[in-house]
Design a protein around this ligand. Structure first.
Ligand code: CP
Ligand code: NVA
Length: 305
């Protein structure tokens, strides 16, 4: 059984195969009504249950549409409306849902809850974001980079701002797909040392935003305050020099792509002229959540890799 808890669960070769599959499927259904199933409906008869302990727009709708386009169906649940929300254990929830559905996606806070779900489920479990990582987002980011005509091996990705869950998954991807990440983060908001060590020399952390973007092919940022974090003035002040503005984009490689997982806070981590400017690929990136996750679902069911 295949769980997609982190990018390493699949590995570099399977991720490359998933990206190729996603591109092919995206092209094959271009212009179709969104609700029409793919011609081969490879997950017909399968049901995906989704549990949300945190807000979501993209993950919720893209997974729902992904399973529909693959011919399957979904059940979307807010944890607060489940018995999970009043103390039923994750383990018991995993066992019960495994009797009803064919796969479970969960968005939660503590990564240990995701691990517990996977340990007790007898169907594939997918990480829809935890405080530690966001692998499905990075599948979409990688797809967007490849679709833009860039090759992953040897690419330089610059990260600006908070050393958060999204950065952790980019760093993991760097080691698996042989590209480099330079993250510029303020003191006190850097990613954990273990994540950098696990990247086997593919990732480093610097203090200077200009050093991060120098020669970068792709510039990425994310909200300074992630879900579940307190809105702290001190953090916002520390982050200000890491804002991606036109001058910082101009210091990257000419024509560098700008990515942001969204939701964005214009005027904080990025200026409107960058996120809404010609180098920004954010709408394609958001749409690619759908296409990338269709391939993640197919991988979970043993249809890829
Ligand atoms: N990028 C992302 O995961 O968006 P949502 O929080 O809307 O799902
Ligand atoms: N780092 C953000 C990503 C949101 C998709 C968060 O965890 O809130």
């Amino acid at each position: 059984m295949r769980h997609f808890l982190s990018l390493s669960d699949a590995g570099g070769d399977a991720i490359a195969a998933m990206l190729a599959d996603a591109l092919e499927r995206k092209q094959a259904r271009a212009g179709w009504p969104k609700g029409r199933a793919d011609a081969d409906a490879p997950l017909a008869g399968r049901v995906l249950a989704m549990i949300f302990e945190k807000n979501s727009t993209r993950t919720r709708v893209s997974f729902d549409m992904a399973i529909r386009q693959l011919g399957g169906q979904s059940i979307v649940m807010e944890a607060g409306q489940m018995q999970l929300g009043r103390g039923e254990t994750v383990a018991d929830t995993a066992r019960v849902l495994s009797g009803y559905v064919d796969a479970i996606m969960i968005r939660t806070d503590d990564h240990a809850k995701l691990d517990e779900m996977a340990a007790h489920a007898s169907v594939p479990v997918i990480n829809g974001l935890t405080d530690e990582s966001h692998p499905c987002q990075i599948m979409a980011d990688l797809l967007t980079i490849v679709e833009s005509g860039r090759q992953l091996p040897g690419l330089k990705v610059a990260w600006l701002g908070d050393g958060n869950n999204v950065l952790a998954s980019i760093v993991e991807a760097a080691a698996l797909l042989h590209f480099d990440v330079v993250a510029a983060c303020p003191q006190g908001f850097q990613p954990g040392e273990e994540a950098i060590v696990r990247a086997s020399g593919r990732a480093r952390v610097v203090a200077d935003p200009r050093e991060a973007v120098a020669d970068a092919d792709v510039v990425v940022t994310d909200t300074w305050i992630s879900m579940g974090q307190a809105q702290a003035e001190t953090k916002l002040r520390a982050m200000m020099p890491y804002q991606v503005d036109a001058a910082l984009m101009a210091a990257a490689k000419p024509g560098a792509a700008f990515l942001h997982c969204l939701p964005a806070h214009r005027g904080e981590e990025v200026t409107p002229e960058v996120i809404d400017g010609p180098q920004s690929l954010i709408w394609q990136e958001a749409e690619n959540r759908l296409h990338a996750q269709k391939s993640v679902l197919r991988w979970c069911f043993g249809q890829i890799g």
